[in-house]
Design a protein around this ligand. Sequence first.
Ligand SMILES: Nc1ncnc2c1ncn2[C@@H]1O[C@H](COP(=O)(O)OP(=O)(O)O)[C@@H](O)[C@H]1O
Ligand SMILES: [Mg+2]
Length: 266
Amino acid sequence: MTPALRLEGVSKSFGGLQAVRDVSFELHQGEILGLIGPNGAGKTTLINLIAGAYRPTGGRIVLGARDVTGRPPYVLARLGVARTFQIVRVFKEMTVWDNVVGGALFAGRSGGAHRARERAAATLEFVGLGALAHRRAGDIGLAEQKRVQLARALAMQPAVLLLDEAMAGLTHGEIHAALELVRAVHRRGVTLIVIEHLMKVIMELSHRVIVMHHGRVLAQGRPADVVADPQVVAAYFGERYSHRAVRTRPGAGPGDAPGEGRRVTP
Ligand SMILES: Nc1ncnc2c1ncn2[C@@H]1O[C@H](COP(=O)(O)OP(=O)(O)O)[C@@H](O)[C@H]1O
Ligand SMILES: [Mg+2]
């Protein structure tokens, strides 16, 4: 089967800084791909490249059978790529409802304003925000604002959804609910790339994991194998720790080392 998405040697430089270096991978149809790596590894930049916010300085991005390298965000949205932002971006002065209708219209896959409103209503119910539809988006809590972002993205009816730390800053209860929601999105047939620092979330959600470090792909594979990889542990904690963790606890990795469910930072 044609992959949902294929990156071939994708690079991005900001002046002298190479944020993403020669990254190649395939995202399979129906997959949840976890994308992890220490702060500054290039994860958000990669999402920005896939969503068309940045033009790669090298390489190719292929969506289905179509080369979309360098195409702008609205084109990618229309071709079925939606994303959420690490730093939550909602139109704070607008209602929750208008935020989501805006997403439905932006993707232009709606078949008109009437259909866009219908989809916005269904999507708000789906993410559990029906009761908050007429609130100002700036007045609701962080977890709810993150759901607005998600609803906005879902209202575009994406085939591929890119989630950039959708659960950062949430409480345990909110994370649990967000996990269930992402699973429900996946059951609807959406293919996902999920960036999360919370290893528990990555382990529970991902079919496959890619680890980035200094802009490159450091490792990829099954979640359990990847977090046990000494190179990956070293990227997170440094060499000395990795030897000890791997020797004393087979299978130990960045997930369990700092305490389950705790934030993993380099
Ligand atoms: N717009 C930008 N201009 C200049 N440097 C950037 C820009 N965006 C990201 N960077 C740099 O690129 C590197 C990767 O950043 P980022 O992709 O945000 O990493 P991550 O999401 O993995 O924490 C960092 O060194 C960051 O400072
Ligand atoms: Mg980031």
